[in-house]
Design a protein around this ligand. Structure first.
Ligand SMILES: [Zn+2]
Ligand SMILES: [Zn+2]
Length: 332
């Protein structure tokens, strides 16, 4: 089969690869759409020790089941494969399972004609939902999970909060769209790529500013801050922006150290929440949110053919695309 393979730092090659070999319990999926994730870009830059080349990346996938009793059914994948039996899996926190694995990380991913996954990781999608939109279920589930955790800790409904979203990539964009869908009207987006900021303003109705050229309108005033980048600079911004008693949600995984002002977090009783992925319930809720139009028409999503995947990675790398998400489609 044809696949897009990460072969070395900043190198992605479209080439022939062996088709997946199914283990007991696995199902083959004919891939119809796979989104490029920020984490795939991180790997492309050679900065993710968990993604070792040569590797087929890609975990944001929608397709048609191509083996077993469900053959022909359209589905998305919950790419987080967990043991299903430990205490975390048992109580609905499967994203914390010690044995968790993500396809496209240490297992081959979905920038390919076919991919495989345990049958329990497939989530059927409604017949009217297109594959491109459906492939956004995975990043939407991350945004949904983050907002669900924030909602539990917030004394006020999300709709009433003044929110700062840091990063206008797909997670930032989807977080802003979900917040808007929940009725939140006071959303500021911090984004350094002006093309992306413009697109976010157009599609989410939020306000945007560039944290490199402009300073924050006022520090200590945001009820909820979501750092969708997760770097030293953005953590610094997040801590400065959050108000006493507010909530800081850390989603991005750009780097590990620096930026947090623990003294402020302590003295101001800021709630700090780390977010990793989602549960299976979050992925199902994400499919529903997309299908019911909660996220709008998603017209900001761009598509490219799988064979032109290397160019898509390079364009994203060089900030040439305004799209917060590029979805790769198999060549017909
Ligand atoms: Zn992703
Ligand atoms: Zn488990």
């Amino acid at each position: 089969m044809k696949a897009l393979v990460y072969t070395d730092t900043n190198k992605i090659v479209y080439r022939d690869e062996p088709a997946p070999i199914l283990e007991p319990g696995d199902v083959l999926l004919k891939v119809e759409a796979t989104g490029i994730c920020g984490s795939d870009m991180h790997a492309y830059h050679g900065k993710d020790p968990r993604r070792v080349p040569p590797l087929i990346l890609g975990h944001e996938v929608a397709g048609t089941i191509a083996s077993g009793p469900q053959e022909g059914i359209r589905a998305v994948i919950n790419p987080l494969i967990t043991c299903g039996t430990c205490g975390y899996c048992d109580t609905g926190f499967s994203n914390l399972c010690a044995q968790r694995e993500l396809i496209g990380m240490r297992l081959p991913g979905a920038y390919a004609e076919y991919t495989k996954v345990p049958a329990r990781n497939l989530i059927p999608i409604p017949h009217q939902l297109g594959f491109i939109k459906a492939s956004l279920a995975e990043p939407t589930a991350t945004a949904l999970h983050a907002l669900n955790l924030a909602r539990i800790k917030s004394f006020r409904p999300l709709a009433e909060l003044k929110v700062l979203v840091i990063g206008g990539g797909a997670i930032g964009m989807l977080t802003a769209l979900l917040l808007k869908g929940y009725g939140c009207t006071d959303i500021l987006l911090a984004e350094t790529n002006d093309l992306r900021a413009e697109s976010a303003v157009d599609h989410t109705g939020c306000r945007a500013y560039n944290p490199i050229t402009d300073s924050l309108e006022a520090p200590d005033c945001f009820d909820l801050v979501l750092d969708c980048v997760g770097g030293e600079k953005t953590r610094h911004l997040a801590t400065a922006a959050v108000k006493p008693g507010g909530i800081l949600v850390h989603i991005g995984l750009m780097d590990s150290l620096g930026g947090l002002d623990i003294r402020k977090i302590t003295l101001s009783e800021v709630t700090l929440i780390g977010v990793y992925c989602y549960t299976a319930a979050d992925v199902r809720a994400a499919v529903n949110a997309i299908d019911t139009g909660l996220l709008g028409d998603l017209s900001w999503v761009e598509t490219r053919s799988l064979s032109r995947g290397a160019e898509a990675f390079s364009d994203l790398d060089n900030g040439l695309s305004a799209a917060a998400k590029i979805v790769l489609l198999p060549d017909s």
